[in-house]
Design a protein around this ligand. Structure first.
Ligand SMILES: [Zn+2]
Length: 107
């Protein structure tokens, strides 16, 4: 029962080509170029992109909590909030842009 080194699928004995396209009878360096990349390559990039968007969402949530929290407590938003906003807008735009590039990248 050969296990595919690429997708970890257990193939029936005698199988030459795995469902993912990996030629089980050939050594790894003789696989087709597209096959040499691990299957998980795309999904880990996706996970990073989702993580980046989540981080931006978290940063904005923290910011809004800080603004609302100080308003509720009767304290004027301090200079930190202003500085945070100036940094937050370009950084979140850059991070979300990067996340979209990661999501749309094919290779
Ligand atoms: Zn496979």
């Amino acid at each position: 029962m050969p296990e595919c080194p690429r997708c970890k699928l257990i193939n029936p004995s005698g199988t030459r080509l795995c469902d993912c396209g990996y030629a089980l009878s050939l050594p790894p360096d003789m696989q087709a170029a597209a096959i040499r990349n691990p299957v998980s390559g795309g999904s880990s990039r996706r996970a990073v992109a989702i993580l980046l968007i989540a981080a931006v969402g978290l940063a904005w949530t923290a910011y809004l909590l800080m603004i609302n929290g100080s308003a509720l407590l009767g304290i004027a938003p301090n200079n930190l909030a202003g500085v945070y906003m100036i940094v937050l807008i370009p950084v979140s735009l850059a991070v979300v842009g990067l996340a979209f590039i990661l999501l749309n990248a094919r290779k």
